[in-house]
Design a protein around this ligand. Structure first.
Ligand SMILES: [Zn+2]
Length: 1023
């Protein structure tokens, strides 16, 4: 809202002009000594939007002059010399240059300027005049201005002047200003003046239009309070008056002696306590001490720090404000064109990269001054400011001058501190490594390394906070190294370590600290906008906001999954496949605009914005203002009015859990098995999570199935272990009158290829189902689909028919889901994991969970009285982010999730992940006993199994089996392949003897082979 002040722009423009002049004239044009007197007389024809003016500039002997005439229609020039000679001067374009001359001279320039199409700068209309830019011949070096302006009846006027109100004779105002400057402004209109005395010699005024007069008192009071407060803090205010002037144009400028705030801006209720303060601080910094335009603009960062930031700090919101500054900086600097702080000059809203420049000049600037204050103490920081103001008031100053003032006040050498933060585009990035707790005797020491991930480490003061069972210990780590080892002595066990929890300096944020907010999308360099077919018109006002950018716009029907998985997203409308396959079903209010910013589920570190609107009108009412809401994660607007605005809550600081305290509960509240089963009976879906190789978990599953079946035999068992394609095999084995045998079932269901875990874990469950005719439902997705998506990183490679068969609503954004999968993914990929892989990993997992949820809810819909027990991995049965919430999305049904606390499964338990737990004895499957042969399949007329080798010391060797024997029978079962062998061995224990028939040289030979549980040495490549 508030734009940078005018003087900076001029300083930059004139610097360029000066350079050009020097080159073309090949002689110095900078006058050495004298400050010229510059008298300007102006008058207006408002209906013609016209001003006419005459500048009279007195040039003492030995001086030259350079003027910019840009934007002026020069109607005449006259140069009078002391000897009486007069001549016209060729103004040759936009620049007029008079070289040095030994004589006294006076230059007259008459000109006109017409403002028929006013922009943000100049305005000449019957209801007011504001002249801010290129409205008089602008000198390149400071002069002493005096102004005479003829205005219509009833107008009041203001310009930079020594005193206020301006002297008025008839309709002519006169002003003179004894601070040399290149830049003045002129404002006039039918204003009402009101005033208040701050102290003797300092008055504050409002110059408002009559319709806003009611606002005057509040502005006068607040301005007086600000002026008194800042005088106390910074030193005496540099002028005799301060005027708050309303402007017809929506500006926010701070000029010497006055501020020009748009009429509509003034009416916003928060301006009087925020922007007004900012503009008043510019009286000291910007207008008192001016910016040396050639060496970078320090003043916006400093002014924002002393006003906007300081006000938040006074309200106890210092940390939030600093964090917002960091988030905004990170949001808008996602481009290679980001400049270092020293290169910031200005950030006009209209210039390209304005937001990027503002992020540097304002946000990085604020954080720079805060870090400096932390480094040298608040007292030294204030002393430094006072010293700087005292030494440079009325002059221009550079970053170097600031550094010397603070160095003098704080007694520290600040050269490296300033160099690193002013001249580098990179910012600190921290990681904490090698965390450990050492106990020696009675001492407890927390040790860890702070690593800086930037190429060159910064000199930093890093506050750390350790929370122990009894206390909070804080410490500031001073580091300038890539790796700093820290030891902190503690009195008891440390629970958490927080690094920079209060945001004392600008740094990269870790994932858990970085909220998904709108500015992150707005500042992204890789935007992809996805439209919904038939709704383009409704979103046109939003789309047009991005028309000038390198943004890809594509319709939901055509967007590739690969692109969704690699770019920052704006999804227009929520009834489109990209939304439902990433975020599930999304509901929105019937009217208005909703902006919902999410962490991109497929790409860590990026955002996806779900924007929905009920009409083009609603879109249009919001579009232009969207960029002001960058700090929010969720917004709703109705008729253009904001009705809801929330920011995602994130951690503060880099937070590292050091010691996990175990969960517990009251033992008297623990129920016996039957008690829990009674509770479970209230649910229609009961999940029993497992570690696949924990026999204890499978025994619990079996017991629960038995117990629940005894109470309610309209039961089904849903199993992750079988894909949907196994259903015929399951039914033929379990339900059919004339059922297939176990080996045929295992073959038809392809169990050993699909699931691979020892079938004995599930065998008793399947057999119980078979005996009691309890349907077993294969709920899993085909393995090839999951692995294809995982491998490719996207779903683009799936067969269209397969794609069409998958669930269309898939919520990858359930709280904690992405973080959990990211952690798993990082473990598997540690070092060199690409985000493309993650997008495949999370989508494969999502397809898996959603497919199982979809199969369960479909079964329940088709069998409305049936209860189902779901057996799946403990991650899938989590009630927070596994299958249960996905079933709930599809069907209103009572569900309970159960975990077993025993051995392996223990880690799966934490409150919120399951509803009930059982504490079971640990159990292990006996090892599969071995015959002691390596078998290979061979195709003769049919498939046969041939002995490839006989293991030394095995039962097979002892019995006399030989290489090349063909296995044809095992305990009376015909053997054709490995599945037959595996099925035959399921019932065997070590020490038993099996009858084996082999074919050796076309002769059948029978052996009795003793099974041995463990064999000493396995040959390499043992199957
Ligand atoms: Zn400013």
């Amino acid at each position: 809202m508030i734009r940078f002040p005018q003087f900076v722009q001029y300083a930059a423009a004139l610097f360029l002009l000066l350079t050009v002049c020097t080159l073309s004239q090949a002689q110095p044009v900078i006058p050495e000594a004298a400050i010229l007197n510059y008298d300007l007389a102006i008058s207006f024809q408002l209906r013609e939007h016209l001003m006419t003016g005459t500048a009279r500039i007195t040039i003492p002997p030995g001086n030259g002059l350079a003027l910019s005439l840009t934007g002026l229609e020069v109607t005449g020039t006259l140069l009078q010399q002391s000897n009486g000679r007069e001549q016209t001067v060729n103004s040759g374009g936009d620049v007029l240059i008079l070289p040095e001359d030994p004589n006294d001279r006076t230059l007259f320039i008459s000109y006109r300027k017409k403002i028929s199409q006013h922009g943000q700068e100049n305005y000449i209309e019957p209801d007011a005049i504001s002249l801010l830019s290129a409205w008089y011949p602008v000198p390149q070096t400071p002069v002493l201005f005096s102004l005479s302006a003829e205005v219509p009846d009833g107008f009041e006027a203001i310009t930079e002047s020594d005193s206020f109100p301006l002297q008025k004779i008839g309709n002519r105002f006169r002003a003179s200003y004894s601070n040399p400057t290149t830049t003045i402004h002129f404002i006039a209109g039918p204003y009402t003046l009101a005033s208040r005395t701050v102290r003797p010699g300092l008055d504050v005024y409002t110059m408002f239009f009559s319709e806003d007069q009611a606002l005057s008192l509040r502005y006068l009071e607040q301005a007086a309070e600000f002026l008194a407060g800042y005088e106390q803090k910074l030193g005496q205010y540099p002028f005799s008056h301060y005027v708050i002037v309303a402007n017809r144009l929506p500006t926010g400028y701070g000029m010497p002696t006055f501020t020009l705030l748009g009429q509509t801006v003034l009416r916003l209720p928060f301006i009087v306590t925020t922007s007004l303060g900012h503009e008043i601080v510019h009286s000291w910094f910007g207008n008192g001490v001016q910016v040396d335009g050639a060496t970078g603009n320090w003043c916006e960062g400093l002014t924002s720090y002393l006003s906007d930031y300081s006000f938040r700090e006074q309200q106890g919101e210092g940390r939030s404000s600093r964090k917002e500054n960091i988030v905004k900086y990170l949001s808008y600097t996602d481009t290679e064109e980001t400049i270092p702080l020293a290169d910031f000059v200005s950030a006009d809203h209209n210039q390209p990269l304005a937001q990027n420049r503002r992020a540097v000049g304002y946000n990085r600037g604020v954080l720079f001054f805060h870090e400096l204050r932390e480094k040298i103490t608040t007292a030294s920081f204030t002393d430094g400011l006072r010293l700087f103001y005292k030494n440079y008031n009325g002059k221009s100053a550079s970053w170097q001058d600031l550094m010397h003032s603070f160095a003098a006040a704080g007694g520290k050498n600040l050269q490296r501190f300033f160099d690193e933060r002013l001249n580098r585009t990179s910012i600190p990035e921290l990681a904490v490594e090698n965390i450990g707790v050492e106990r020696s005797g009675t001492n407890i020491t927390l040790t860890f390394d702070i690593r800086q991930l930037t190429d060159d480490p910064f000199v930093l003061r890093v506050p750390v906070r350790v929370t122990t069972l009894s206390a909070t210990v804080t410490k500031v780590i001073e580091t300038g190294a890539a790796k700093q080892t820290v030891n902190i002595e503690l009195d008891d066990t440390p629970l958490t370590l927080e690094v920079d929890p209060d945001y004392t300096f600008l740094r990269r944020l870790s994932d858990n600290e970085y909220p998904a907010v709108l500015s992150r999308f707005l500042g992204a360099a890789d935007k992809l906008i996805v439209t919904t077919a038939g709704e383009e018109e409704k979103y046109q006002p939003i789309l047009s906001l991005f028309a000038n950018e390198d943004t890809i716009v594509v319709s939901a029907d055509e967007v590739r999954n690969k692109d969704l998985g690699s770019r920052s997203l704006l999804l227009l409308g929520v009834d489109q496949l990209p939304v439902t396959t990433l975020f599930g079903t999304v509901h929105r209010p019937a009217a208005g605009v909703t902006v919902d910013v999410r962490h991109h589920p497929l790409v860590p570190g990026k955002t996806a914005v779900l924007l929905s609107s009920s009409s083009r009108q609603e879109s249009a009412a919001v579009a232009r203002r969207l960029k002001h809401y960058g700090k929010y994660s969720f917004l709703h607007f109705s008729d253009g009015r904001k009705t809801k605005a929330e920011t995602e809550r994130t951690e503060n600081g880099i937070v590292i859990p050091v010691t996990e305290l175990p969960d517990g509960g009251a033992t008297k509240e623990i129920s016996g098995f039957d008690g829990v089963v009674d509770k479970l009976m209230e649910n229609r879906v009961i999940y029993v999570g497992e570690q696949h190789t924990s026999l204890s978990d499978h025994l619990l599953q079996l017991r629960l199935i038995e117990a629940i079946h005894a109470k309610h035999d309209d039961l089904a068992i849903g199993m992750e272990m079988f894909p949907v394609t196994s259903q015929d095999a399951l039914d033929s084995y379990i339900l059919a009158q004339d059922s297939i045998d176990e080996a045929a079932f295992l073959r038809q269901s392809d169990y050993f290829n699909v699931w691979r875990f020892d079938y004995r874990y599930y065998r008793d469950i399947i057999n119980f189902a078979k005996k009691n005719k309890v349907p077993v439902i294969g709920i899993n997705l085909d393995r090839q689909i999951v692995s294809g998506v995982f491998r490719d990183g996207d779903t683009d490679g799936l067969d269209p028919q397969v794609l069409a068969s998958l669930p269309k609503t898939r919520d990858l954004d359930i709280a904690g889901y992405r973080q959990r999968l990211e952690a798993i993914h990082n473990i598997h990929q540690s070092g060199g994991h690409g985000s493309g892989f993650f997008s495949g990993f999370i989508q494969a997992q999502g397809l898996w969970d959603e497919t199982m949820a979809s199969n369960i809810s479909n079964y329940l819909k088709q069998n409305p009285t049936t209860r189902i027990i779901v057996l799946a991995g403990a991650q899938h049965t989590r009630k927070d982010s596994g299958i249960p919430p996905r079933v709930a999305r599809r069907l209103s049904v009572q569900q309970a999730s159960v975990v077993n606390i025993s051995g392996d499964s223990f880690g799966a338990f934490a409150p919120g992940l399951a509803d009930y737990f059982f504490i079971s004895e640990a159990a292990q499957l006996p090892q599969l006993p071995k015959i002691g042969v390596v078998l290979v399949s061979e195709e003769n007329d049919q498939m046969v199994l041939k002995v490839d080798s006989v293991l030394g010391g095995s039962g097979a060797e002892h019995a006399g089996l030989k290489k090349n024997d063909i296995l044809i029978e095992l305990d009376g079962r015909q053997i054709h392949d490995m599945i037959d062998v595996k099925a035959a061995m399921l019932d065997k224990d070590g020490g038993e003897t099996v009858a084996i028939t082999v074919l050796r040289s076309s002769r059948e030979i029978k052996f009795n082979v003793e099974l041995r549980p463990e064999l000493p040495a396995r040959p390499a490549g043992h199957p």
